[in-house]
Design a protein around this ligand. Structure first.
Ligand code: SAM
Length: 457
């Protein structure tokens, strides 16, 4: 058991906080990371150890909720879809602790769950909560799960907490073992990836500065200007962050600028740019020269780009609200590089945003594909002959990735371009001009990138 959950003198009740956050996620559909950040921002006196305990329970419960509900339904006569919501949430976070947290004694979990029910004026149901949880705890090692050979889809869905449609979609395109690994990796917690701002510092200096602030730092797996950090409270509290020496960005996403390899005389247009990860990477690679036109449809999100550009002290970025579906005639055939990092299903970044598993639906995919193709149709017109179009998504759904690229090269005067030696040696890729990274396989998110050259009018 953690010190936080045992400490009687501690003013906050960590499980009560976890229940509050979980309620905002399941009931009000808040994003997990945003709900956690928001709570801690408004309660900045919570100790590091309590934060860690609360974060673990909240993230873990969301990540494993399909498995957890399966377990609850095995032992409760009232099924999860018929339960009072708050009782369901108390059971969920308690089952998470019983099934996934070794050091938390079952008696503490049950007693605290009963207290939570009473605190929410549901004392009449505290016996039910106690009974279900104690029954689960007694039988946790003998639960019958779907059989892997007979029911592979159900097995992956229940064991790794994935909606069946995602498992089915992945199995359509990848073999069983690969899909299983994608599910496992998508449930792993990851360190924060950061990109060193080479216009202001170098990776060694940055590493040292972060270590001096007691942050744990290791080198990236793919790029020498990438680092992985952990053991910090709040990124905004780090001196190096406020000095603009790094940006939070997954290494997979860094590969877009790495593979495009822009130079300082170029005009680059980033048509779906917020919060500015790729915009600022291109601007850094161009060493504060040339021009990066950075656009997004949502004015609020443009503020995020502006904050990042200011913090990183870049002065070659021009930020504008613009709908990528509408043609801007002033830009036709002007760009050396267009970045189309389009909205997508996000199935490659579930390890960072577990809510995606439950919030995206099968029926959304076709609409997304339409938007992606319509954006491509418009923004490809900005590319000069001989210029480059970088198409990318953070998904592992080939329908949004290579199939869109094939449709695009069939209908527009573009061809896939070899990555030459810009792709890190550590990556095995036998595809010309495109790469599909799968979640966790190189310790990155699942990500797709295609590099296309305009070859005519
Ligand atoms: C995958 S995110 C971009 C991430 C960004 N490139 C980065 O590296 O930080 C996709 C972005 O597309 C924007 N978007 C969606 N529809 C758009 C449209 N029609 N025109 C312009 N931007 C759009 C969204 O607001 C979102 O910020």
């Amino acid at each position: 058991m953690t010190k936080a959950s045992n400490d009687k003198t501690n003013k906050i009740n960590a499980r009560n906080v976890a229940l509050e956050i979980i309620t905002s996620i399941f009931k009000d559909k808040a994003y997990t990371n945003i709900a956690i950040d928001k709570y801690f921002k408004n309660h900045n006196d919570i100790s590091k150890i309590d934060r860690a305990f609360i974060t673990r329970i909240v993230e873990g419960t969301v990540e494993h909720v399909i498995t957890i509900d399966y377990i609850i339904n095995k032992f409760s006569k009232t099924k999860t879809n018929k339960m009072k919501k708050i009782i369901l949430y108390i059971l969920r976070l308690s089952v998470y602790q019983i099934n996934y947290m070794d050091k938390v004694p079952v008696s503490a979990v049950c007693n605290e769950a009963v207290k939570l029910a009473k605190k929410r004026k549901l004392g009449n149901l505290s016996g039910f909560v106690n009974g279900v949880l104690r029954n689960i705890a007694r039988n946790i090692d003998s639960i019958q799960y779907p059989n892997e050979n007979d029911e592979p889809v159900e097995y992956l869905s229940i064991m790794y907490s994935f909606p069946m449609w995602i498992v089915e979609l992945w199995l359509k395109h990848y073999d069983y073992e690969t899909v299983k690994e994608m599910c496992i990796n998508s449930n792993k917690t990851v360190k924060t990836n950061i990109r060193c701002n080479l216009t202001k510092t170098n990776p060694e200096e940055l590493m040292k500065q972060l270590q001096d602030s007691n942050v744990d730092v290791e080198k990236g797996k793919l790029l020498d200007y990438a680092l992985k950090i952990s053991n910090y409270n709040n990124i905004r509290g780090l001196e190096a962050f406020n000095q603009g020496k790094f940006t939070v960005q997954d290494e997979s996403s860094m590969l877009v600028a790495q593979l495009a390899n822009p130079n300082k005389d170029m005009l680059v247009i980033d048509v779906c740019a917020a919060p500015g990860g790729k915009t600022t990477h291109f601007a850094e690679k161009m060493n504060n020269a040339g021009s990066v036109v950075s656009r997004d449809i949502y004015p609020k999100k443009l503020q995020l780009i502006a904050e990042n550009v200011k913090r990183l002290q870049l002065n070659n970025v021009d930020i504008k609200e613009y709908n990528a579906l509408e043609i801007d005639s002033s830009m036709i055939e002007k760009a050396d590089i267009v970045i189309a990092d389009v909205p997508c299903s996000g199935l490659g970044i579930i390890r960072k945003k577990p809510d995606i598993k439950y919030n995206v639906e099968r029926k959304d995919i076709n609409d997304l594909i339409d938007i992606q193709r319509n954006i491509l149709k418009v923004v490809c017109k900005y590319v000069k002959t001989g210029g480059i179009l970088m198409y990318s998504t953070c998904t592992v759904n080939p329908e949004e990735n290579i199939k869109n690229v094939n449709w695009f090269t069939d209908n527009f005067p573009f061809e896939l371009v070899d990555f030459e030696d810009n792709l890190p040696d550590t990556i095995n890729n036998n595809k010309k001009g495109y790469i599909q990274l799968l979640p966790g396989f190189y310790d990155t998110d699942g990500f797709f990138i295609a590099k296309l050259r305009r070859i005519g009018n």
